[in-house]
Design a protein around this ligand. Structure first.
Ligand SMILES: [Zn+2]
Length: 338
């Protein structure tokens, strides 16, 4: 595969860097050539949270020259159980500032670029433009789909990871010939259907396990060495301590990376929809320029919501036909029914 190594700039290592990276330099798979590739590489981490912490720390320690971080959150006490890039005294500070300080403490040779913003369909492509690899450390579906689509549209590999309770997943998506997240799950689940870590909890160590796998894959992509997790999803079960693998094929009918894509620009998914009875008086809260998916248990009430919204001038409204019950039966059996 084409790797980010193609973008290598002519750089050298200082004596201090040679000392710092000596355990890499003696490895034939890295050596001076590989270390210079790492130094020239620009990696964008989406989120400075559970996955972003180990990712950014290890990539910094490994000598990745430029680390971008996208985050708009503030450190709170509930983060400290797993987000090890932040310390107790950082509570109340911007995660970006706290993360940047930790990274510089680990390796002052790293250039940190801070993006204090929520990733949106308006800014994703321009933020991604200057980076070679994007590493997804997000914890919600709207951003995960946005990262995937922006990676496909801009031709950047998406090093994916996700975590929940004792279970995690990792893969390398959206490479030139490899599958993307939508090849696997073409559309996001209905909002609120899949519990988040805030609702379901997560073992504090789990993002460490998965984030380190993502960091490893990122370094391999930069070096152009080994077998990346392309076309494979690694499933981590920390409770059973089992690692399994799923094959993931590129789907020719994929809505974003298939042969006839229907998604050719970025979409922001709304994370909520208002109860049907409240819709007439709250319709002004919705943005008619954005894609809206209405859902309910069986698809009947949401069909009424769609009808109402279309009459109100919303054109990008869709109904989840069959509702949550059908989604659970046909798409993801693990999805709780209600
Ligand atoms: Zn795809």
């Amino acid at each position: 595969m084409a790797t980010v190594a193609e973008n290598v700039q002519p750089v050298t290592l200082s004596n201090q860097e040679v000392l710092r990276y000596s355990r890499h330099l003696i490895m034939p798979e890295v050596g001076m050539e590989g270390q210079l590739k790492l130094k020239a590489a620009k990696v964008l981490c989406i989120g400075a949270g559970g996955l972003g912490s180990p990712l950014a720390m290890y990539l910094a320690a490994a000598g990745v020259g430029t680390l971008g971080i996208v985050d708009f959150d503030v450190v709170d006490f509930t983060n400290l159980q797993r987000q090890i890039i932040h310390s107790t005294e950082d509570v109340g500070r911007k995660k970006l500032d706290s993360a940047a300080e930790s990274i510089q403490g680990i390796n002052p040779f790293v250039e940190v670029r801070k993006f204090e913003t929520r990733l949106t369909s308006d800014n994703a492509l321009s933020i991604f433009r200057d980076f070679d690899v994007v590493v997804d450390g997000t914890d919600n579906f709207p951003t995960r789909y946005l990262v995937n689509d922006a990676c496909v549209l801009s031709g950047k590999p998406n090093v994916y990871g996700s975590i929940f309770r004792f279970e995690g997943q990792a893969s390398v998506l959206a490479t030139k010939d490899g599958p993307c997240y939508r090849c696997w799950y073409p559309e996001p689940p209905p909002p609120g259907l899949v519990p988040s870590c805030a609702e379901g909890g997560v073992l504090g160590i789990l993002p460490g396990l998965v984030g380190v796998i993502q960091a490893t894959e990122t370094v391999k992509l930069i070096l152009g060495k080994g077998e990346p997790l392309i076309g494979r999803v690694l499933l981590v079960d920390a409770l059973g301590m089992k690692f399994r693998e799923l094959k993931l094929r590129k789907n020719p009918d994929c809505p974003v990376c298939g042969t006839h894509p229907t998604i050719t620009r970025l979409i922001d998914y709304q994370e909520y929809l208002i109860p049907l009875g409240d819709l007439p008086k709250r319709v002004h809260e919705l943005d008619s320029s954005r894609e809206i998916v209405a859902h309910c248990r069986s698809g009947v009430r949401s069909a009424k919501a769609v009808e109402f919204l279309r009459q109100a001038g919303f054109h990008k409204v869709q109904n989840l036909v069959g509702g949550v019950l059908a989604w659970s039966d046909r798409v993801d059996p693990k999805m709780p029914k209600y």
